[in-house]
Design a protein around this ligand. Structure first.
Ligand code: CAO
Length: 564
Protein backbone atom coordinates (compact mmCIF):
# COMPACT_ATOMS: atom_id res chain seq x y z
CA UNK A 1 0.00 0.00 0.00
CA UNK A 2 1.26 3.43 -0.89
CA UNK A 3 0.99 6.48 1.34
CA UNK A 4 0.91 9.67 -0.66
CA UNK A 5 1.16 13.37 0.10
CA UNK A 6 -2.43 14.51 0.62
CA UNK A 7 -4.16 17.58 -0.73
CA UNK A 8 -2.14 20.51 0.59
CA UNK A 9 -4.33 23.24 -0.81
CA UNK A 10 -2.45 26.19 -2.20
CA UNK A 11 0.54 25.71 0.07
CA UNK A 12 3.90 26.22 -1.65
CA UNK A 13 7.41 25.10 -1.02
CA UNK A 14 6.37 22.03 0.99
CA UNK A 15 9.25 20.11 2.52
CA UNK A 16 9.62 17.05 4.72
CA UNK A 17 10.75 18.25 8.15
CA UNK A 18 10.46 15.03 10.06
CA UNK A 19 10.28 11.31 9.36
CA UNK A 20 8.33 9.61 12.14
CA UNK A 21 8.76 5.96 11.14
CA UNK A 22 11.59 3.60 10.22
CA UNK A 23 11.64 0.70 7.78
CA UNK A 24 10.29 -2.35 9.60
CA UNK A 25 8.03 -0.39 11.99
CA UNK A 26 4.53 -1.74 12.50
CA UNK A 27 2.21 1.24 12.46
CA UNK A 28 -1.47 1.97 12.86
CA UNK A 29 -3.67 3.91 10.46
CA UNK A 30 -3.58 6.96 12.71
CA UNK A 31 0.16 7.05 13.17
CA UNK A 32 1.96 9.93 11.54
CA UNK A 33 4.53 8.86 8.97
CA UNK A 34 6.07 12.22 8.17
CA UNK A 35 5.70 15.85 9.13
CA UNK A 36 5.69 18.24 6.20
CA UNK A 37 5.85 21.97 6.27
CA UNK A 38 4.80 24.61 3.82
CA UNK A 39 5.34 28.33 3.80
CA UNK A 40 2.27 28.52 6.04
CA UNK A 41 2.04 25.52 8.31
CA UNK A 42 3.39 22.22 9.52
CA UNK A 43 1.28 19.12 9.20
CA UNK A 44 1.59 15.50 10.17
CA UNK A 45 0.63 13.03 7.48
CA UNK A 46 -1.11 9.99 8.97
CA UNK A 47 -0.57 6.55 7.46
CA UNK A 48 -4.23 5.98 6.70
CA UNK A 49 -3.58 2.19 6.72
CA UNK A 50 -2.15 -0.17 9.28
CA UNK A 51 0.89 -2.16 8.20
CA UNK A 52 4.65 -2.54 8.27
CA UNK A 53 6.85 0.12 6.74
CA UNK A 54 8.54 -1.46 3.72
CA UNK A 55 10.31 1.60 2.39
CA UNK A 56 10.53 5.32 2.92
CA UNK A 57 10.57 7.20 -0.35
CA UNK A 58 11.43 10.68 0.91
CA UNK A 59 14.28 12.14 2.92
CA UNK A 60 14.47 15.02 5.38
CA UNK A 61 14.44 18.30 3.51
CA UNK A 62 12.91 16.85 0.32
CA UNK A 63 10.48 19.16 -1.42
CA UNK A 64 7.23 17.27 -2.04
CA UNK A 65 3.98 17.80 -3.94
CA UNK A 66 0.44 16.48 -3.66
CA UNK A 67 0.13 12.83 -4.68
CA UNK A 68 3.85 12.08 -4.23
CA UNK A 69 4.71 8.69 -2.77
CA UNK A 70 6.04 8.97 0.78
CA UNK A 71 6.01 5.51 2.27
CA UNK A 72 5.24 1.98 1.12
CA UNK A 73 3.54 -0.36 3.55
CA UNK A 74 3.21 -4.08 3.53
CA UNK A 75 0.66 -5.88 5.69
CA UNK A 76 2.10 -6.43 9.14
CA UNK A 77 1.86 -10.21 8.95
CA UNK A 78 2.94 -10.39 5.32
CA UNK A 79 5.41 -13.01 4.14
CA UNK A 80 8.91 -11.64 4.69
CA UNK A 81 10.55 -13.40 1.78
CA UNK A 82 10.70 -11.46 -1.41
CA UNK A 83 9.95 -12.84 -4.83
CA UNK A 84 12.60 -13.37 -7.47
CA UNK A 85 12.01 -10.15 -9.41
CA UNK A 86 14.75 -7.73 -8.39
CA UNK A 87 13.76 -4.06 -8.39
CA UNK A 88 16.11 -1.43 -9.77
CA UNK A 89 18.44 -0.11 -7.11
CA UNK A 90 16.97 3.33 -6.95
CA UNK A 91 13.27 2.58 -7.26
CA UNK A 92 12.02 -0.59 -5.66
CA UNK A 93 8.60 -1.56 -7.00
CA UNK A 94 7.73 -4.37 -4.67
CA UNK A 95 7.63 -4.73 -0.93
CA UNK A 96 11.05 -5.99 0.04
CA UNK A 97 12.25 -8.49 2.55
CA UNK A 98 13.50 -6.69 5.61
CA UNK A 99 16.49 -8.52 7.00
CA UNK A 100 18.42 -7.13 9.90
CA UNK A 101 22.09 -6.74 9.11
CA UNK A 102 25.42 -7.11 10.76
CA UNK A 103 28.68 -7.21 8.87
CA UNK A 104 28.68 -10.24 6.64
CA UNK A 105 30.54 -11.70 3.71
CA UNK A 106 29.75 -10.32 0.26
CA UNK A 107 27.04 -12.29 -1.42
CA UNK A 108 27.41 -13.49 -5.03
CA UNK A 109 25.95 -11.06 -7.53
CA UNK A 110 23.98 -13.47 -9.70
CA UNK A 111 21.17 -11.56 -11.39
CA UNK A 112 18.81 -14.49 -11.07
CA UNK A 113 19.03 -14.40 -7.28
CA UNK A 114 16.26 -12.77 -5.31
CA UNK A 115 17.14 -9.33 -4.02
CA UNK A 116 16.75 -8.40 -0.39
CA UNK A 117 16.72 -5.13 1.47
CA UNK A 118 19.20 -5.24 4.33
CA UNK A 119 19.25 -2.78 7.21
CA UNK A 120 22.57 -1.40 8.38
CA UNK A 121 22.15 -0.38 11.98
CA UNK A 122 24.30 1.43 14.49
CA UNK A 123 26.34 -1.18 16.40
CA UNK A 124 26.92 -1.35 20.16
CA UNK A 125 28.42 1.94 21.28
CA UNK A 126 29.28 0.80 24.78
CA UNK A 127 29.70 3.70 27.19
CA UNK A 128 30.06 6.28 24.46
CA UNK A 129 27.58 9.12 24.56
CA UNK A 130 26.55 11.83 22.12
CA UNK A 131 27.27 9.77 19.05
CA UNK A 132 26.64 11.79 15.90
CA UNK A 133 27.12 11.20 12.20
CA UNK A 134 30.09 13.27 11.04
CA UNK A 135 30.50 12.07 7.49
CA UNK A 136 28.36 10.35 4.86
CA UNK A 137 30.69 8.39 2.59
CA UNK A 138 28.21 6.70 0.23
CA UNK A 139 25.07 7.74 -1.56
CA UNK A 140 21.91 6.16 -2.87
CA UNK A 141 22.64 3.96 -5.87
CA UNK A 142 26.32 3.35 -5.00
CA UNK A 143 27.51 -0.22 -5.47
CA UNK A 144 29.47 -1.19 -2.35
CA UNK A 145 31.52 -4.09 -1.08
CA UNK A 146 31.24 -5.31 2.50
CA UNK A 147 34.30 -3.28 3.56
CA UNK A 148 33.24 -0.03 1.95
CA UNK A 149 32.58 2.68 4.50
CA UNK A 150 29.03 4.02 4.40
CA UNK A 151 29.47 6.70 7.02
CA UNK A 152 31.56 7.84 9.95
CA UNK A 153 30.20 8.49 13.42
CA UNK A 154 31.90 10.19 16.30
CA UNK A 155 31.23 10.04 20.02
CA UNK A 156 32.61 12.09 22.84
CA UNK A 157 35.52 9.65 22.79
CA UNK A 158 36.32 8.55 19.26
CA UNK A 159 35.26 8.37 15.66
CA UNK A 160 34.26 5.13 14.01
CA UNK A 161 33.74 4.08 10.41
CA UNK A 162 30.61 2.07 9.65
CA UNK A 163 31.22 -0.39 6.81
CA UNK A 164 28.44 -1.75 4.60
CA UNK A 165 28.99 -5.22 6.02
CA UNK A 166 27.64 -6.81 2.81
CA UNK A 167 28.12 -6.26 -0.87
CA UNK A 168 25.18 -4.57 -2.52
CA UNK A 169 23.68 -1.35 -3.76
CA UNK A 170 22.83 1.51 -1.41
CA UNK A 171 19.06 1.80 -1.38
CA UNK A 172 18.93 4.70 1.04
CA UNK A 173 21.06 6.53 3.59
CA UNK A 174 18.68 7.20 6.47
CA UNK A 175 20.75 9.71 8.41
CA UNK A 176 22.37 13.03 7.66
CA UNK A 177 25.56 14.64 8.89
CA UNK A 178 25.04 15.92 12.39
CA UNK A 179 22.29 13.42 13.20
CA UNK A 180 22.61 11.84 16.63
CA UNK A 181 22.49 8.03 16.61
CA UNK A 182 22.26 5.30 19.22
CA UNK A 183 22.74 1.56 19.14
CA UNK A 184 20.21 0.15 16.69
CA UNK A 185 19.55 3.37 14.78
CA UNK A 186 18.83 2.64 11.15
CA UNK A 187 21.75 4.11 9.21
CA UNK A 188 21.22 2.77 5.71
CA UNK A 189 19.47 0.12 3.68
CA UNK A 190 21.16 -1.95 0.99
CA UNK A 191 19.86 -4.05 -1.87
CA UNK A 192 21.69 -7.33 -1.57
CA UNK A 193 21.49 -10.23 -3.99
CA UNK A 194 21.55 -13.83 -2.85
CA UNK A 195 20.77 -15.43 0.48
CA UNK A 196 21.54 -13.49 3.65
CA UNK A 197 23.72 -15.50 6.02
CA UNK A 198 22.09 -16.27 9.38
CA UNK A 199 24.86 -14.32 11.10
CA UNK A 200 23.70 -11.21 9.34
CA UNK A 201 20.32 -11.22 11.07
CA UNK A 202 20.97 -9.59 14.37
CA UNK A 203 18.52 -7.15 15.80
CA UNK A 204 14.92 -6.11 15.65
CA UNK A 205 14.09 -2.77 14.09
CA UNK A 206 14.48 0.08 16.53
CA UNK A 207 13.22 3.61 16.51
CA UNK A 208 15.73 6.32 15.85
CA UNK A 209 16.06 8.81 18.66
CA UNK A 210 16.97 11.71 16.46
CA UNK A 211 13.38 12.60 15.74
CA UNK A 212 10.35 12.92 17.94
CA UNK A 213 8.81 9.61 18.68
CA UNK A 214 5.42 8.44 17.60
CA UNK A 215 3.92 9.41 20.93
CA UNK A 216 3.98 12.92 19.61
CA UNK A 217 0.96 12.10 17.51
CA UNK A 218 -0.92 11.05 20.61
CA UNK A 219 -0.45 14.29 22.41
CA UNK A 220 -3.14 16.85 22.68
CA UNK A 221 -2.70 19.89 20.48
CA UNK A 222 -0.83 22.66 22.19
CA UNK A 223 -0.39 26.36 22.01
CA UNK A 224 2.85 28.19 21.58
CA UNK A 225 3.59 28.33 25.26
CA UNK A 226 3.04 24.65 25.65
CA UNK A 227 -0.43 24.78 27.25
CA UNK A 228 -3.04 22.46 25.84
CA UNK A 229 -5.75 23.79 23.53
CA UNK A 230 -9.18 22.66 22.55
CA UNK A 231 -10.14 21.40 19.12
CA UNK A 232 -11.97 24.65 18.78
CA UNK A 233 -8.76 26.61 19.08
CA UNK A 234 -7.08 24.27 16.60
CA UNK A 235 -9.68 24.87 14.01
CA UNK A 236 -9.22 28.57 14.32
CA UNK A 237 -5.53 28.36 13.59
CA UNK A 238 -5.72 25.86 10.74
CA UNK A 239 -6.31 27.94 7.66
CA UNK A 240 -5.40 25.45 4.93
CA UNK A 241 -8.40 24.13 3.09
CA UNK A 242 -8.26 20.39 2.68
CA UNK A 243 -5.31 19.92 5.03
CA UNK A 244 -4.91 16.53 6.63
CA UNK A 245 -6.80 15.80 9.80
CA UNK A 246 -3.87 16.67 12.07
CA UNK A 247 -2.75 19.72 10.25
CA UNK A 248 -3.76 22.06 13.04
CA UNK A 249 -1.64 20.35 15.69
CA UNK A 250 1.53 22.11 14.72
CA UNK A 251 0.17 25.07 12.87
CA UNK A 252 0.56 27.51 15.68
CA UNK A 253 4.04 26.20 16.52
CA UNK A 254 5.47 27.70 13.43
CA UNK A 255 5.13 31.41 14.06
CA UNK A 256 7.98 33.67 13.13
CA UNK A 257 10.59 30.97 12.76
CA UNK A 258 10.65 31.28 8.99
CA UNK A 259 12.42 34.53 9.42
CA UNK A 260 15.28 32.75 11.16
CA UNK A 261 16.30 29.54 9.48
CA UNK A 262 19.56 29.37 11.35
CA UNK A 263 17.99 27.51 14.22
CA UNK A 264 18.74 30.36 16.58
CA UNK A 265 16.40 30.90 19.48
CA UNK A 266 13.32 32.77 18.31
CA UNK A 267 10.46 34.57 19.94
CA UNK A 268 8.08 31.86 18.93
CA UNK A 269 8.72 28.17 19.36
CA UNK A 270 8.85 25.70 16.50
CA UNK A 271 8.37 22.26 18.02
CA UNK A 272 5.87 19.43 18.19
CA UNK A 273 3.75 18.47 21.18
CA UNK A 274 6.01 15.69 22.46
CA UNK A 275 8.98 18.05 22.48
CA UNK A 276 6.93 20.68 24.26
CA UNK A 277 5.87 18.13 26.83
CA UNK A 278 9.50 17.11 27.37
CA UNK A 279 10.38 20.79 27.72
CA UNK A 280 7.71 21.24 30.37
CA UNK A 281 8.82 18.12 32.24
CA UNK A 282 12.40 19.34 32.35
CA UNK A 283 11.47 22.95 33.01
CA UNK A 284 13.09 24.14 29.78
CA UNK A 285 12.03 27.38 28.13
CA UNK A 286 11.97 26.21 24.51
CA UNK A 287 12.56 29.76 23.32
CA UNK A 288 16.12 29.32 24.54
CA UNK A 289 16.69 26.11 22.57
CA UNK A 290 18.29 25.96 19.15
CA UNK A 291 16.50 23.60 16.79
CA UNK A 292 18.65 21.19 14.81
CA UNK A 293 15.79 19.84 12.72
CA UNK A 294 14.92 21.08 9.27
CA UNK A 295 14.28 24.82 9.31
CA UNK A 296 15.28 25.05 12.92
CA UNK A 297 12.58 22.72 14.24
CA UNK A 298 13.36 21.69 17.82
CA UNK A 299 13.60 17.93 18.38
CA UNK A 300 13.89 16.05 21.64
CA UNK A 301 17.65 15.72 21.41
CA UNK A 302 17.94 19.51 21.22
CA UNK A 303 16.08 19.79 24.52
CA UNK A 304 18.27 17.14 26.14
CA UNK A 305 21.43 18.77 24.80
CA UNK A 306 20.23 22.13 26.14
CA UNK A 307 19.70 20.67 29.60
CA UNK A 308 23.12 19.02 29.51
CA UNK A 309 24.77 22.26 28.50
CA UNK A 310 23.02 24.17 31.24
CA UNK A 311 24.13 21.63 33.81
CA UNK A 312 27.74 21.60 32.72
CA UNK A 313 28.54 24.99 31.34
CA UNK A 314 31.25 26.62 33.40
CA UNK A 315 29.82 30.10 33.60
CA UNK A 316 26.37 29.32 34.91
CA UNK A 317 25.41 31.59 37.73
CA UNK A 318 23.97 30.64 41.06
CA UNK A 319 23.96 26.84 40.58
CA UNK A 320 25.81 25.15 43.41
CA UNK A 321 26.73 28.57 44.69
CA UNK A 322 29.31 29.04 41.95
CA UNK A 323 29.55 32.73 41.10
CA UNK A 324 29.14 33.56 37.45
CA UNK A 325 32.17 34.59 35.39
CA UNK A 326 31.14 37.86 33.78
CA UNK A 327 30.78 37.89 30.00
CA UNK A 328 33.21 40.42 28.58
CA UNK A 329 33.30 41.94 25.14
CA UNK A 330 37.03 41.49 24.48
CA UNK A 331 36.78 43.45 21.24
CA UNK A 332 36.85 46.53 23.42
CA UNK A 333 40.51 45.80 24.17
CA UNK A 334 41.77 44.75 20.75
CA UNK A 335 41.41 42.41 17.84
CA UNK A 336 40.09 38.94 18.58
CA UNK A 337 39.29 35.79 16.63
CA UNK A 338 36.63 33.22 17.49
CA UNK A 339 37.92 29.69 17.00
CA UNK A 340 35.37 26.92 17.53
CA UNK A 341 36.57 23.98 19.63
CA UNK A 342 36.75 20.59 17.95
CA UNK A 343 34.15 18.12 19.10
CA UNK A 344 36.79 16.18 21.02
CA UNK A 345 37.99 19.36 22.73
CA UNK A 346 34.53 20.43 23.73
CA UNK A 347 33.37 17.06 25.04
CA UNK A 348 36.75 16.69 26.76
CA UNK A 349 36.15 20.04 28.44
CA UNK A 350 32.75 18.87 29.64
CA UNK A 351 34.18 15.61 30.99
CA UNK A 352 37.02 17.39 32.78
CA UNK A 353 34.67 19.93 34.27
CA UNK A 354 32.35 17.14 35.43
CA UNK A 355 35.27 15.33 37.05
CA UNK A 356 36.62 18.49 38.63
CA UNK A 357 33.26 19.29 40.21
CA UNK A 358 32.42 15.74 41.32
CA UNK A 359 35.71 14.34 42.50
CA UNK A 360 37.33 15.43 45.74
CA UNK A 361 40.82 15.86 44.35
CA UNK A 362 44.07 15.44 46.20
CA UNK A 363 47.40 15.31 44.38
CA UNK A 364 50.50 13.74 45.84
CA UNK A 365 53.96 14.18 44.30
CA UNK A 366 57.08 12.05 44.47
CA UNK A 367 60.20 11.32 42.44
CA UNK A 368 61.08 7.80 41.37
CA UNK A 369 64.77 7.00 40.96
CA UNK A 370 64.79 5.39 37.51
CA UNK A 371 68.55 5.36 36.97
CA UNK A 372 68.74 1.58 36.73
CA UNK A 373 65.49 1.35 34.78
CA UNK A 374 66.87 3.77 32.19
CA UNK A 375 70.12 1.84 31.97
CA UNK A 376 68.15 -1.35 31.41
CA UNK A 377 65.93 0.38 28.82
CA UNK A 378 69.09 1.45 26.94
CA UNK A 379 70.25 -2.16 26.78
CA UNK A 380 66.94 -3.16 25.19
CA UNK A 381 67.33 -0.80 22.25
CA UNK A 382 68.71 -3.28 19.68
CA UNK A 383 66.40 -6.07 20.77
CA UNK A 384 63.42 -3.72 20.67
CA UNK A 385 64.34 -2.50 17.20
CA UNK A 386 64.56 -6.09 16.02
CA UNK A 387 61.07 -6.67 17.44
CA UNK A 388 59.85 -3.53 15.66
CA UNK A 389 59.06 -1.54 18.80
CA UNK A 390 60.41 1.52 20.62
CA UNK A 391 60.48 1.19 24.38
CA UNK A 392 59.81 4.38 26.35
CA UNK A 393 59.55 4.81 30.14
CA UNK A 394 55.76 4.68 29.85
CA UNK A 395 55.70 0.91 29.25
CA UNK A 396 57.57 0.32 32.54
CA UNK A 397 55.32 2.79 34.38
CA UNK A 398 52.18 0.97 33.15
CA UNK A 399 53.65 -2.39 34.15
CA UNK A 400 54.54 -1.11 37.62
CA UNK A 401 51.16 0.57 38.08
CA UNK A 402 49.35 -2.70 37.36
CA UNK A 403 51.32 -4.35 40.14
CA UNK A 404 50.47 -1.56 42.61
CA UNK A 405 46.80 -1.62 41.57
CA UNK A 406 46.68 -5.35 42.30
CA UNK A 407 48.12 -4.74 45.74
CA UNK A 408 45.84 -1.73 46.40
CA UNK A 409 42.48 -2.55 44.78
CA UNK A 410 40.67 0.63 45.83
CA UNK A 411 42.76 2.53 43.27
CA UNK A 412 41.42 0.23 40.54
CA UNK A 413 37.82 0.93 41.50
CA UNK A 414 34.83 3.22 41.12
CA UNK A 415 32.34 4.37 43.73
CA UNK A 416 28.73 3.31 43.25
CA UNK A 417 26.07 5.93 42.62
CA UNK A 418 25.36 6.42 46.32
CA UNK A 419 29.05 6.62 47.13
CA UNK A 420 28.62 3.85 49.69
CA UNK A 421 30.33 0.92 47.94
CA UNK A 422 33.54 0.38 46.04
CA UNK A 423 33.16 -1.33 42.70
CA UNK A 424 36.45 -3.20 42.62
CA UNK A 425 37.54 -4.12 39.11
CA UNK A 426 39.32 -7.40 38.60
CA UNK A 427 40.72 -6.26 35.31
CA UNK A 428 43.56 -3.84 34.68
CA UNK A 429 42.69 -1.74 31.65
CA UNK A 430 45.01 1.25 31.58
CA UNK A 431 44.02 4.45 29.80
CA UNK A 432 46.76 6.81 28.68
CA UNK A 433 46.35 10.38 27.48
CA UNK A 434 47.40 11.12 23.91
CA UNK A 435 47.86 14.64 22.64
CA UNK A 436 46.32 14.96 19.14
CA UNK A 437 45.61 17.93 16.90
CA UNK A 438 41.90 17.39 17.63
CA UNK A 439 42.41 17.45 21.39
CA UNK A 440 43.12 15.04 24.20
CA UNK A 441 42.16 11.39 23.58
CA UNK A 442 42.52 8.53 26.07
CA UNK A 443 42.87 5.09 24.45
CA UNK A 444 42.87 2.04 26.68
CA UNK A 445 45.29 -0.87 26.88
CA UNK A 446 43.24 -3.89 27.90
CA UNK A 447 44.59 -6.37 30.46
CA UNK A 448 47.83 -4.41 30.61
CA UNK A 449 48.92 -6.52 33.57
CA UNK A 450 49.21 -9.53 31.27
CA UNK A 451 51.48 -7.84 28.74
CA UNK A 452 55.27 -7.69 28.61
CA UNK A 453 57.26 -4.52 28.00
CA UNK A 454 57.50 -5.03 24.23
CA UNK A 455 53.79 -5.70 23.85
CA UNK A 456 52.95 -2.70 26.01
CA UNK A 457 55.29 -0.54 23.91
CA UNK A 458 53.66 -1.81 20.71
CA UNK A 459 50.18 -1.04 22.03
CA UNK A 460 51.19 2.44 23.21
CA UNK A 461 52.58 3.25 19.77
CA UNK A 462 49.68 1.66 17.84
CA UNK A 463 46.94 3.29 19.92
CA UNK A 464 48.68 6.69 19.90
CA UNK A 465 48.98 6.47 16.11
CA UNK A 466 45.30 5.49 15.79
CA UNK A 467 44.35 8.38 18.07
CA UNK A 468 46.29 10.86 15.97
CA UNK A 469 44.85 9.56 12.69
CA UNK A 470 41.30 9.38 14.12
CA UNK A 471 41.14 5.63 13.65
CA UNK A 472 40.28 4.61 17.20
CA UNK A 473 37.23 2.39 17.57
CA UNK A 474 34.87 2.69 20.50
CA UNK A 475 36.38 -0.41 22.07
CA UNK A 476 39.75 1.34 22.09
CA UNK A 477 38.56 4.19 24.31
CA UNK A 478 36.33 2.68 26.95
CA UNK A 479 36.59 0.54 30.03
CA UNK A 480 39.73 2.02 31.61
CA UNK A 481 40.14 1.23 35.29
CA UNK A 482 43.09 3.61 35.85
CA UNK A 483 44.65 6.32 33.71
CA UNK A 484 48.15 7.66 33.16
CA UNK A 485 48.88 11.07 31.71
CA UNK A 486 52.49 11.26 30.61
CA UNK A 487 53.87 14.66 29.75
CA UNK A 488 57.36 13.32 30.13
CA UNK A 489 58.33 13.89 26.53
CA UNK A 490 57.30 17.54 26.82
CA UNK A 491 58.82 18.71 30.07
CA UNK A 492 57.69 20.06 33.41
CA UNK A 493 58.47 19.03 36.94
CA UNK A 494 54.98 18.16 38.10
CA UNK A 495 51.30 18.91 37.51
CA UNK A 496 47.85 18.08 38.81
CA UNK A 497 46.16 15.51 36.58
CA UNK A 498 42.36 15.46 36.83
CA UNK A 499 40.86 12.10 37.73
CA UNK A 500 39.03 10.55 34.79
CA UNK A 501 35.75 9.90 36.68
CA UNK A 502 34.25 7.43 37.39
CA UNK A 503 37.80 6.15 37.93
CA UNK A 504 39.21 7.19 41.29
CA UNK A 505 42.87 7.82 40.51
CA UNK A 506 45.21 9.01 37.80
CA UNK A 507 49.00 9.17 37.57
CA UNK A 508 50.72 12.16 36.01
CA UNK A 509 54.27 11.69 34.71
CA UNK A 510 56.66 14.59 34.09
CA UNK A 511 60.10 14.81 32.52
CA UNK A 512 62.86 12.82 34.14
CA UNK A 513 65.98 14.79 35.03
CA UNK A 514 69.40 14.06 36.43
CA UNK A 515 69.50 15.37 40.01
CA UNK A 516 72.09 15.23 42.79
CA UNK A 517 70.96 12.71 45.40
CA UNK A 518 72.66 12.32 48.81
CA UNK A 519 73.66 8.68 49.31
CA UNK A 520 74.81 9.13 52.90
CA UNK A 521 78.33 10.08 51.98
CA UNK A 522 78.16 12.14 48.85
CA UNK A 523 75.85 13.59 46.23
CA UNK A 524 75.35 11.20 43.37
CA UNK A 525 73.81 12.04 39.97
CA UNK A 526 70.59 10.05 39.64
CA UNK A 527 67.78 10.05 37.08
CA UNK A 528 64.63 11.11 38.86
CA UNK A 529 61.18 10.77 37.36
CA UNK A 530 58.55 13.16 38.82
CA UNK A 531 55.23 11.43 39.49
CA UNK A 532 51.96 13.13 40.48
CA UNK A 533 49.14 10.94 41.74
CA UNK A 534 45.67 12.53 41.90
CA UNK A 535 42.95 10.58 43.64
CA UNK A 536 39.39 10.93 44.82
CA UNK A 537 39.65 11.60 48.53
CA UNK A 538 36.18 10.11 49.05
CA UNK A 539 37.59 6.73 47.98
CA UNK A 540 41.22 6.96 49.01
CA UNK A 541 42.83 8.55 52.02
CA UNK A 542 46.19 10.29 52.12
CA UNK A 543 48.01 7.40 53.79
CA UNK A 544 46.92 5.06 51.00
CA UNK A 545 48.01 7.65 48.45
CA UNK A 546 51.41 7.75 50.16
CA UNK A 547 51.69 3.95 50.16
CA UNK A 548 50.77 3.82 46.48
CA UNK A 549 53.58 6.22 45.63
CA UNK A 550 56.14 4.48 47.79
CA UNK A 551 55.38 1.10 46.21
CA UNK A 552 55.37 2.54 42.69
CA UNK A 553 58.69 4.32 43.22
CA UNK A 554 60.22 1.16 44.71
CA UNK A 555 59.16 -0.89 41.69
CA UNK A 556 60.52 1.65 39.22
CA UNK A 557 63.75 1.98 41.17
CA UNK A 558 64.34 -1.75 41.11
CA UNK A 559 62.45 -3.54 38.33
CA UNK A 560 63.35 -6.91 39.82
CA UNK A 561 60.58 -6.22 42.33
CA UNK A 562 58.07 -6.65 39.51
CA UNK A 563 58.73 -10.38 39.74
CA UNK A 564 57.84 -10.61 43.44
N1 CAO B 1 61.02 11.91 30.70
C1 CAO B 1 61.92 12.11 29.73
N2 CAO B 1 61.76 11.63 28.49
C2 CAO B 1 60.66 10.91 28.25
C3 CAO B 1 59.70 10.65 29.22
C4 CAO B 1 59.92 11.17 30.51
N3 CAO B 1 59.05 10.99 31.50
N4 CAO B 1 58.71 9.91 28.67
C5 CAO B 1 59.05 9.72 27.40
N5 CAO B 1 60.21 10.31 27.14
C6 CAO B 1 60.93 10.35 25.89
C7 CAO B 1 60.86 9.03 25.16
O1 CAO B 1 61.78 8.11 25.66
C8 CAO B 1 61.16 9.48 23.76
O2 CAO B 1 62.51 9.75 23.65
P1 CAO B 1 63.42 9.12 22.48
O3 CAO B 1 62.69 9.43 21.21
O4 CAO B 1 64.72 9.82 22.63
O5 CAO B 1 63.49 7.68 22.77
C9 CAO B 1 60.45 10.81 23.67
O6 CAO B 1 60.27 11.25 25.02
C10 CAO B 1 59.10 10.78 22.98
O7 CAO B 1 58.30 9.79 23.54
P2 CAO B 1 56.87 9.50 22.91
O8 CAO B 1 55.97 10.63 23.17
O9 CAO B 1 57.05 9.13 21.50
O10 CAO B 1 56.37 8.18 23.64
P3 CAO B 1 55.78 7.97 25.09
O11 CAO B 1 55.58 6.52 25.18
O12 CAO B 1 56.60 8.57 26.14
O13 CAO B 1 54.39 8.73 25.10
C11 CAO B 1 52.21 9.40 24.45
C12 CAO B 1 53.35 8.39 24.26
C13 CAO B 1 51.12 9.02 23.48
C14 CAO B 1 51.70 9.28 25.88
C15 CAO B 1 52.73 10.83 24.20
O14 CAO B 1 53.22 10.93 22.89
C16 CAO B 1 51.70 11.89 24.43
O15 CAO B 1 50.82 12.16 23.61
N6 CAO B 1 51.81 12.59 25.58
C17 CAO B 1 50.92 13.70 25.90
C18 CAO B 1 49.90 13.29 26.93
C19 CAO B 1 49.10 14.47 27.37
O16 CAO B 1 48.78 15.35 26.60
N7 CAO B 1 48.77 14.51 28.66
C20 CAO B 1 48.10 15.62 29.21
C21 CAO B 1 46.77 15.20 29.65
S1 CAO B 1 46.04 16.37 30.69
O17 CAO B 1 45.73 17.59 29.70
Amino acid sequence: MDILIPDIGDAEDVVVVEICVAVGDDIGADDAVVVIESDKASMEVPAGFAGRVASIEVALGDEVRQGQLIVRLEEADAQVTKGAAAPPADAPDEAETVAEAAPAEPSPEANADPETTVRVEMPDVGEATDVVVIEISAKKGDRVTSDDVLLVVESDKASMEIPAGMAGVVQEIHVAEGDPVVEGSLLATLFVQGAIPETAKTRPPVQETSSDDASETEDAPETNDGSETTDETDKKVAPEPGSPKRAAHLTNDKGGVDSDESGAPADRVYAGPAVRRLGRELGVDLKQVRGSGARGRIVKDDVKAFVKTQLTKPDRGGGGGIPEVPAIDFKRFGEIELQPMTRIQSSGATNLHRSWLNVVHVTQHDDADVTEMEAFRATLKGEAEAAGVKVTPLAFIIKACCQVLKAMPTFNASLDAQGRNFILKKYYHIGFAVDTDQGLVVPVIRNADQLGIFDLSRQIADLAEKARTRKLGLDDVQGASFTISSLGNLGGTGFTPIVNAPEVAILGVSRLAIQPVWNGETFEPRKLLPLSLSYDHRAINGAEGGRFMVMLCDLLKDLRRLTL
